[in-house]
Ligand binder design. Structure first.
Ligand code: ADP
Ligand code: ZN
Length: 713
């Protein structure tokens, strides 16, 4: 019974049809009164597992969440769907804290988020004791474990707190960390019977993983980011300096890009992070310092410019892509030189010998990932203990159907040239000799006398140096130390020179455009952004990309249809429905092909549904206008914007209702608009408006365009 209500809440608040894997089981355990551990990958939907029970249980659910930034977003997101929630953390003054606690005791909130550090204060604990708390949700519960990668000492206070609460609450611990040791620690610390652990697989079905090697990394990034310039993505680099360089490079290409690393002031880090969260920029170039506590759901790609230090941090960082469930990509741009850098970092920063060995082993697993020919997703899952994960069918290995070319002779040319040059030079110099450059340094060393001078002169220096990079990645060539390393022939390369081994090279991996450009989607993104700015929340709190995509597919005309869009619950339907329907309308008006389709679908639906559908909102406005009200008056009466009412009129006209457009402008004004349209075209409204005197409104222009359009149709 209670569970049926849970399903209803899922639909009416969150606008989702059914529970995902693991959600139902977790919620059932909680509603049965059992302490529960919930282990799901990032983006799996852990939040709903305690938010829905919070709605059903009497009192205020306490959520312990480690990150202040995340807390605010989660509370914003709950308020946006109509669930009263608040938070208490160090950003508040003592008076504000008191006020919020009082409100909680009066039952004003269904959820209260607190930072674990708060639990250090005995005074605060005392105040919590008497509150009606039926459920305690411990988010990022792995922070309880010393074995986890983010151990937080204040998490150890949690069990003490729970014991002190007078209401004897149910406890749920949630995390994306799956190792058995961490799981055990969570169960022990939170008094959870291990049988009540809900664990879903760690596969991320919407992510496709790739390893790009033997290719020019910068060229790859340039091309990838430009092709996907409207999509949000993170590029991780190993050092601050590299972050700065990549950032400057992409900025120069005219891309909207932010950066983040520990060398920046707290203030500028905050600013840059916000620009990214608010969709003001699309690309974030950062060190691994960036990302904790970021739950931006519409990140479409994560690129690692260098080899990450281990699988744990890689899966966590890459996993920030695609929380909204839409297809997203995670790429490592692999170059074997990076191994040395990472190894050096481990040796310099880890002084405990056993830990050093462990870290080096972890690094080796990461290198193996880059070299495996099997499924990449399966490799990761296997690493985390899912032994028999099947191939994913999406990663760069599963989908690799590139043709192979025999490049043995070319390889021999490169390697023998290196030997003739004494194996004392770097990639560029070798490429210059092979292509027959007249560069001064080449001449000074008399390399033009070598038999291999110019043997690859049919290629550019860049092509040859890319080829050398490929030979490095396949370990035919070894790279020396230092920032301008010299190259030498590896054992595997010597076998090629002796004719004992053939070298095959695959075509380069081309960068992909992630999503088809959809003008309506872009238009809806702008609408979302405007609303988000107005409400001072990140755009993904208003609607996820997935929801906007579903709007594009469904093209809702009535508010009832809008309610069927995935991710639209009751409150969001009421708050934003009109605005989005209006935006879709406007777009369809300018793009008649799209609209016609809708009308056809609509009329088909209507025919089926025996005219039981309610009268549309636009018809109500029409009726009021017929009764003699002005647009302004209808807007006031219906508590809608003037623009919405104007759009209602267009929709009525499309459906064949009669409207006297001449009432809205004089003939002379109409003439002027027609002239302006001839001059600047009918693509955009603004340039037309700029041609005209200020007494001519956008609405008048839209009428003229509408009339022109309907004549054409
Ligand atoms: P996690 O905390 O596990 O990383 P979230 O709770 O942030 O994941 O959920 C990720 C996304 O999935 C959110 O956009 C959320 O709204 C969505 N989501 C959660 N449950 C469902 C569901 N049952 N159906 C559709 N979408 C869901
Ligand atoms: Zn695969």
């Amino acid at each position: 019974m209670l569970f049926e209500q849970a399903l209803m809440h899922l639909q009416s608040y969150f606008g989702y049809e059914s529970f995902r894997r693991g959600q139902e089981e977790t919620i059932r355990h909680i509603l049965d009164g059992d302490n529960t551990a919930c282990i799901m990958p990032t983006g799996g939907g852990k939040s709903l597992c305690y938010q829905i029970p919070a709605l059903l249980l009497e009192g205020t659910t306490l959520v312990i969440s480690p990150l202040i930034s995340l807390m605010k977003d989660q509370v914003d997101a709950l308020n946006a769907v109509g669930i009263p929630a608040t938070y208490i953390n160090s950003a508040l003054t003592q008076t504000e804290v008191q006020e919020r606690l009082e409100e909680v005791s009066l039952g004003a909130y269904k959820l209260l988020y607190v930072a674990p550090e708060r639990l250090e204060s005995p005074f605060f604990l005392e105040q919590l004791q008497s509150l009606p708390i039926p459920l305690v949700a411990v988010d990022e519960a792995h922070c309880i474990s010393q074995w986890g990668h983010d151990f937080r000492p204040s998490y150890l206070r949690i069990s003490q707190l729970i014991q002190q609460l007078s209401t004897n609450p149910i406890v749920v611990g949630l995390t994306a960390t799956a190792t058995p040791q961490v799981r055990e620690d969570i169960c022990q610390a939170l008094n959870i019977n291990e049988a009540h652990t809900v664990m879903t697989g760690f596969e991320r079905k919407n992510l496709s993983f790739s390893v790009i090697k033997g290719q020019d990394r910068l060229a790859y990034i340039d091309s990838y980011v430009q092709k996907n310039e409207r999509e949000a993505g993170i590029i991780y680099a190993a050092t601050r300096q590299e972050v700065d360089q990549l950032h400057a490079r992409l900025e120069k290409l005219g891309l909207r890009v932010s950066k983040y690393h520990a060398g920046m002031s707290a203030q500028s880090r905050d600013r840059e992070q916000n620009r990214f969260l608010q969709d003001d920029v699309t690309v974030m170039v950062a060190t691994s310092a960036f990302g904790m506590g970021i739950d931006k759901s519409n990140i479409r790609y994560v690129i690692h410019y260098q080899l990450p230090k281990n699988m744990e941090s890689y899966y966590q960082e890459a996993g920030r892509a695609g929380r909204d469930g839409l297809p997203s990509e995670c790429m490592v741009l692999y170059s074997p030189q990076d191994i040395r850098v990472q190894r050096y970092l481990i040796e310099q920063t880890t002084f405990n010998a056993a830990k050093q060995v462990q870290d080096l082993e972890k690094l080796q697993s990461m290198v193996n990932y880059c070299h495996t020919e099997g499924c990449l997703q399966a490799f990761v899952l296997h690493y985390f203990g899912e032994i028999d994960a099947p191939p994913c069918g999406r990663c760069s290995n599963c989908t690799d159907d590139r043709a192979e070319v025999d490049v043995t002779v070319e390889t021999q040319k490169v390697l023998s040239c290196m030997i003739r040059m004494g194996e004392r030079f770097g990639k560029m110099m070798i490429a210059q000799v092979l292509t027959g450059s007249k560069n001064k340094k080449v001449m000074d060393f008399h390399f033009d006398q070598l038999s291999t001078y110019g043997v690859m002169s049919n290629q550019s220096v860049k092509e040859v140096s890319d080829f050398i990079e490929f030979l490095i990645s396949e370990q035919y060539i070894l790279v020396g130390q230092g920032s301008f390393p010299t190259l030498s022939v590896a054992a595997k390369g010597k076998a090629v020179l002796l004719g004992e081994e053939h070298v095959m090279r695959k075509e380069q991996i081309a960068t992909k455009q992630l999503v088809q450009d959809d003008e309506l989607f872009n238009h809806l993104r702008i609408v979302r952004k405007e609303i988000a700015e107005f409400e001072n929340v990140p755009p993904f709190v208003i609607f996820s990309d997935d929801t906007l995509r579903d709007m594009c597919a469904k093209l809702p005309v009535t508010i009832e249809q809008f309610a069927t869009v995935k991710g639209v619950g009751q409150q969001k339907q009421e708050r934003y429905g009109e605005q989005f329907i209006q935006a879709i309308d406007e777009f369809c008006m300018k793009n008649p092909n799209r609209k016609r389709q809708v009308i056809e679908i609509e009329s088909a639906k209507k025919a089926k549904s025996k005219s039981t559908s309610k009268e549309g909102s636009h018809a109500v406005s029409y009726q009021l206008m017929k009764e003699g009200l002005t647009i302004q008056e209808v807007a006031t009466e219906r508590e809608l914007s003037i623009q919405t009412i104007e759009n209602h009129l267009f929709r009525c006209a499309e459906e064949g209702m009669e409207i006297d457009w001449s009432a809205f402008m004089t003939d002379e004004q109409q003439e002027k608009i027609i002239e302006a349209v001839k001059l600047v075209g009918n693509e955009k409204l603004k340039p037309i408006k700029e041609q005209l005197p200020s007494d001519i409104t956008y609405f008048m222009i839209k009428i003229v365009l509408f009339l022109e359009g309907s004549q054409k149709v």
